[in-house]
Design a protein around this ligand. Structure first.
Ligand code: FES
Length: 141
């Protein structure tokens, strides 16, 4: 039984997992936190009406969910990349004024699609797709 089957068996769908994983997430609680490998085959939904995800209703807000940093740009679009810096595995943050992801540890920067600027590493962050339907934001590979 894989993880998805297990969660389904105990009645927790992907959205529940996403919400569960985001409890306590905020800009200040997870900056520089432990690293998480870039997820493969990601596909989960965030409920933007949930208190855990309300920050994504504000331009410039971001959260971490399932190893992915999800941000809302200043133009109101949603973007998502793997949350772990490719240099030494520190969580990146989103800087809305520059529309980039930034690693506070040594200063690596990544574009809104995860492309490295070449500071400390040339390796990219993994980009994920986003789709907003009503208040449900889907993040997927
Ligand atoms: S760990 Fe991110 S720049 Fe070094």
């Amino acid at each position: 039984m894989d993880r998805k089957e297990f969660l389904t068996a105990i009645g927790m769908g992907a959205a529940s997992v996403a919400v569960f994983n985001c409890i306590g997430c905020s800009k200040s609680s997870t900056e520089g936190g432990p690293s998480t490998p870039a997820p493969t085959n990601a596909d989960f939904t965030l409920d933007l009406s949930s208190s855990a995800n309300l920050v994504l209703n504000t331009n410039g807000g971001y959260i971490y969910a399932n190893g992915i940093i999800v941000a809302r740009t200043t133009s109101g679009n949603y973007i998502a990349v793997s949350q772990t810096c490719r240099h030494e595995n520190t969580n990146v943050i989103y800087r809305s004024t520059q529309n980039q992801f930034y690693c506070q540890r040594h200063g690596a920067t990544y574009s809104d699609t995860g492309v490295s600027s070449g500071i400390e590493t040339n390796l990219p962050l993994t980009k994920y797709n986003t789709q907003l339907i009503g208040t449900k934001l889907r993040i997927y590979s």
